[in-house]
Design a protein around this ligand. Structure first.
Ligand code: SF4
Length: 231
């Protein structure tokens, strides 16, 4: 990875500065498709980004096991958004829950069942969700796409950003004449982002899951995870 790309938080600030200046000059907020994994992670990210973007939430998480847990996280997000956004109607795009897409994405990773977080299995999982988000953003003419995932201290923000930028570049090479949504660099845990998500969870009484999402992370969760949330 290039040194420039690895400085992703600085890249995020550069992108935001440019957007803020454009808004100041009278331009409309750019359209952002924000991949969301759950309500707690989305809360602090939305707080940070709402002033700069016209945001649509993208809920696509085939990694979550079991289906009851998937529905619980989804319902919590759908319940939380109208309360949090107050006078603004939330716009949500949701893809069908197809766990096979997750298992297909990780099947060639050696020993994936026994891997911990921030492993090759997780990198495939980030990529799958970012790729779907980027493709949807492209089809629906968004200006930017990104994900809430980097707010978690258990996620590899460097890898998330590397995947996001590579996907943008891939779409550009496949569609040289089209406008391609730009990947918004992010490390949302920075500047107290993760702490802020804990505060919002407390304030709104949000359900905070105690494992990342897939069956493997569920089986590996320590017994005291309620005190030490994984997200
Ligand atoms: S631990 Fe989380 S990021 Fe890693 S594969 Fe499982 S659900 Fe995906």
């Amino acid at each position: 990875m290039s040194k420039k790309l690895s400085d992703y938080y600085k890249n995020f600030e550069t992108q935001i500065e440019k957007i803020a200046q454009n808004i100041k000059n009278g331009e409309a907020k750019p359209k952002l498709l924000l991949h969301s994994c759950c309500a707690p992670c989305s809360s602090a990210v939305l707080e940070k980004l709402m002033q700069y973007f016209d945001i649509t939430i993208f809920f696509y998480n085939p990694n979550i096991y079991p289906q009851a847990e998937y529905l619980r996280r989804k319902e919590e997000l759908y319940k939380f958004l109208p309360i949090f956004l107050k006078d603004k109607e939330p716009v949500i795009i949701e893809l069908l829950y197809e766990p096979k897409e997750f298992y297909d994405a990780i099947k060639n990773v050696e020993n994936f069942e026994n891997m911990k977080e921030k492993s090759e299995r997780c990198f495939k999982c980030y990529k799958l969700r970012l790729m779907r988000c980027a493709k949807k953003a492209f089809e629906q003419h968004f200006d930017y796409f990104t994900t809430t995932l980097s707010i978690s201290p258990h996620k590899d923000a460097e890898r998330i950003n590397e995947e996001g930028k590579s996907i943008e570049n891939l779409l550009r090479s496949e569609n040289p004449k089209e406008k391609i949504p730009e990947y918004l660099f992010a490390d949302f845990k920075k500047k107290n982002g993760f702490k802020r998500s804990l505060e919002f969870s407390e304030k709104y009484g949000l359900y905070r899951q105690d494992y990342c999402g897939c069956i493997y992370s569920r089986e590996q969760k320590p017994k005291d995870n309620i005190q030490n949330p994984k997200i």
